[in-house]
Ligand binder design. Sequence first.
Ligand code: ACM
Length: 687
Amino acid sequence: MSTKLLLSFLLVFGVFTLNAQESSVSELQLMPWPQEVNVNSSDFKITKDFSIYIHGEVKEDSRIFKASTRFLRYMTDKSGVFVNQGFPNSKGMDTESASLQIGFNEVAKVEMGIDESYTLIVDKGGIKINAATDVGAMHGLSTLLQLIKVNDGAYVFTGVSIEDEPRFVWRGLMMDVARHFMPIEVVKRNIDAMAFVKLNVFHWHLSDDQGFRVELNTLPKLTEMASDGLFYTQDQIRDIVAYADARGIRVVPEFDVPGHGSAFLTAYPELGSKKDIEYSLERDAGIFDPTLDPTNDKTYEFMDTLFKEAAPLFQDVYFHIGGDENEGKHWHENPEIQQFMKENDLKDNHELQTYFNIKLEKILAKYGKSLMGWEEIMTENMPKSALIHSWRGVNEGVAPGQSLVDAVKNGYKTILSNGYYIDLLLSVEDHYAVDPMPAIELTKEEASRILGGEATMWSELVTPLTIDSRIWPRTAAIAERFWSAKEVTDVDSMLERMNSISQSLELMGIQHKKASEYIFRNLANYQDTHALRTLSQISEPFKIYSRNAGGTEYKTYSPFTLFADACIVDAKDVRPFRKAVEAYIKSADTQTKEAVQQYLKTWKGLHEQLEMISPDAPLIATILPYANRVAEISERLLNGIAEGKLTQEQFNDLKLLLESKEDPSLNLDVELAVSKDLLVLATYLAE
Ligand code: ACM
């Protein structure tokens, strides 16, 4: 068939255009997935002549100039290309022929609800980003970075045309810097990662029972007595706010009151609801009793002083006052507080807390701020201007996200965090399946009150070393849930794209991959780490707070450089092994058999390798029983495969071993993440 004939055949049957386009679109490694995307098979090659021209009046300290410069650095780092022009709008450039042309109508004030849309066109002739605001244009730059791929032995930008805008206006990441303090470089690199996946709210949890983290000149004892010397100076706070603003990200501070109050009361015990105790910073994890006294005028003077000094440090209108998990024990125990409630006709603790919240709302309003708080602040008399942060679910004994529905039905604006608790260490698939919009009928107005959501990184069990590996890459998939169309739900596609984003994040300086390597080297006492890494690829840290049940096993000063800290959620070999087992069961030929055997042989050998380095590495000795069990299970399965079967007795023994409560992995706070698949394999061999 001549080429011409072939072409007309393909065109007549619609194969050519459809297939070429579809297959290429599915190859794009974009996250979050854009609202509209088409590929044009006309890639733009990255060469030393690459240049950027930003239209309009552009200063060197403007957001878009700096973002374009960062874009260039990433592009050259990725591609290894030595560009001639290291900055946009270089002197004497031929603006008409610049590779990347950026246009936008206005410089945005970074606040909720700004226009973040953009269009992006890439073809052989050049690249164009257009947007209503500079923030939209920066989203276009993030997308463009994700379009870098190899074609024909060179780095190119994939030819596309994209029209994009977010589904939700509030796309957040909360970072708890109270349980474990996070230095500013940790905050900054995570803000960079947020920008890369188009998150736009950094919620900064700045106080809790374990520490208060902001220097306040008017309340100096907060950092002198309740921070262990770990806090941000005001210059550092302003620096972070500016850093986030430069990336189109709002910063919402949280000072958690009236519960979670140990740090406040360590510094200012006279504001406590219990008079005869000595308050001190918490070292354990959990829910504690120290609570501000809402009946004391001094408490409001204190909050006024705090807000007055803290409010101008932050540009955003929202101030988060926490409000969660106040069990009111010290309120119950204080007869004066009980008397106050009677006199003021406050029926219960909820009403007393609402009394407190309403006063706080007025103080915040004085300083130009709007109040938001965790869902417990939503009570009958709470003003509708409060923003409700929905978080509780099955772990708290309530219907997940119920408060979100209640909030919109009661006229409140709301955001969702239930389902996005990344500190629970659940698979990304679990988070990805949760949509901020509930699956019930809502009026248009009610639905419009759902602003979006936030992933929450509570830091009881993370340190500056490990926090990136707990946030990323899973939060990229959550970011997609907040940005992309509701229909974007394909898990395989998500996993593939998330993996690609994870690699890009590493180049950007995020330490999610590095952390485990540091830990392996330390565990091995600087001997060979290969066996540890391989074992970690089938081991996952305990989920749903079971690692620190009761909150006392790990204190704030415990080591977080253990095997469990190096293990990550969705361990690397779990899915591939599952696929190998499935393929073997479906069709047991030499190839599928060898694929399974290869895994098992590798795992069988780990114990011996670890044993060899253990004399000079005491921490390895703690891992040996687990590695031994993995070796034992692997060996029995290898024998089963070699024999072509497991006897019923062998199967029963193996099942007992796999399900044993004596499992030594429990001492390491990890689970063997391939257990289910090993059992599937054993069951198949026994049948
Ligand atoms: C929370 O997780 N206590 C808001």
